[in-house]
Design a binder for this molecule. Sequence first.
Ligand code: SF4
Length: 357
Amino acid sequence: MALIEAALSAAVAAARPVLSAAARRAAPLSCCASYSAAASSSSFSCGSGDIEDSPPLPIPTPRGQSLLARFRGRRALAVTDITATEWCEKQMEFVLEHGRPERTQAMKAGSERHAQLEQEVIERVDVTIRSAEEMWAVKFMNFIVGANQLMLEGITRELPVFGVIEGSWMIGVIDELQMPPDGVSLHPILVDTKTRYKPTPPSEAQKRNGRLQLMCYKYLWDNLIGEKFPAENFFSYFDLDPNYLLSDDIKQFIRLLGLDAKTLEDVLKYFKVTCHTLPRSQEQLLLRYELQADHSLLEEYLFSYDASWFKDQIQEVLSFWQGARDAKFVSEEERWKCSFCKFANNCPINASSSRCC
Ligand code: SF4
């Protein structure tokens, strides 16, 4: 499968589409494109140890506005923004205001493992991206490629998903989707692999963070499949021209997949048709924890989607981003997180232990 990796920087950037192993053998239809942008080098990871789809930090607008308006105006919140906020709101605020701390060796090892897993099923191809319209065209194509791969080969990885949750545009990259091996159920299961530096079981806080992440992905996937894509809102929120003429480079990649599209809107039509052919995902979601040193499995954690818990969590996170209240600190029971926090020396929680929560 061919996936496009797009790194949009100012007007021009490099991008890499990807091909699955099968697509490499039989080019046209099995070519799919999955998005993995400059995000991977700038994504922020909290204690859950996950690396994925956070966009590069934008230039903030002046203070006085909500964090959403200041740092994500006309952009989608990344699923990693949601999980980082759930981990510690104050830490998320520090990251937005002061930039991401340097990545640790463990975080780098986690990224490398994800890249390795991705390469088992996907091959990246470079294309040049000149605009936001082309970046989105690539995302749509990468979704189509990944969805085709899932249906034809039973597995895909690094699948981009996007949509509106509780009124806010969000974007994420699903680690892995698998069709059930029993051949009976037609609903894919969403899987996320976390790597751990030490052979210890994950804490409840880490599992909770992983649950929220996978539930975000399930919500976005099921929404793309089951709901009408809000095209008008999409073009207007991201300030995109539906009639934007795609570059020859991108049109050539699209033709490689057996499709013919000239504009962003043409690509969106193919995307919508693809979504309508796909099944909803399973209610069960799977978190896998493996040891970084040898990739041995430490734990598999299967749990059920909980719509009410998920909605509460998203509303809580959004109230922080929308400026309805100040950032919270970690709870007393989760003060251990502070010993792994790069901002601990500047955090008011350390001025007075009573500042918790
Ligand atoms: S020191 Fe603790 S409370 Fe403060 S930002 Fe870091 S994790 Fe959050």
